[in-house]
Design a binder for this molecule. Sequence first.
Ligand SMILES: [Zn+2]
Length: 210
Amino acid sequence: MDTLVISCMDPRLNEYLDEKYIRNKKYGKVEIWRNAGGRVTTDRKLIEYILKNKAKRVILAPHTDCKAKLHIYEALEKGIKNTANDEIVDEAIGFLGCAEFRNREECDKLLDTKEQAYLKERLEKARIDVELDVVDISKLSLPKHDGEGKLVISSIMDVESKKLAEKAGVELPSCYIIQGPNLKGLHADIELALSLGIQKVSRVGEQNFE
Ligand SMILES: [Zn+2]
């Protein structure tokens, strides 16, 4: 693998990620890892995967108007005490530490830069670049759709989301995609997706996973 892109499950990113990263020869062999929010997880498995597969660069591709990030922001606004037992929020708290923010945009930005710094620090020795590509949703031309979101969980990381949607029998504009090499322990992401009203769960991939 040459490039690992970490991004959000949001269907509005499907076309963007396909075009910019999968179809673009510039990034070499690309794999996409998507979760709720395009978060960097502190699970050791992420670093191990990047090193084991000898990635030359990692690109963090979170986006504006992210529902998962809104979930984090609202939980933090309500106070840290109320956020226990929410893995996604707990991890964000770990990244943010005592850093202060005045609004949602600042909270998003802070998280992005802290996550980038976290990876940079751990990948520096292996000379792996960590870039940040914050996708401005308002600048994308998105196909219209009014159907409900459908969740697809995949262990295949090197194909276009278009293909995954096809395999799952889901329309691309409504297809939320959670994907990664190890799909165990995704309950927090799936739970958040379901809380956003995303109904159906399809699975695509070769590996067995929970
Ligand atoms: Zn998102």
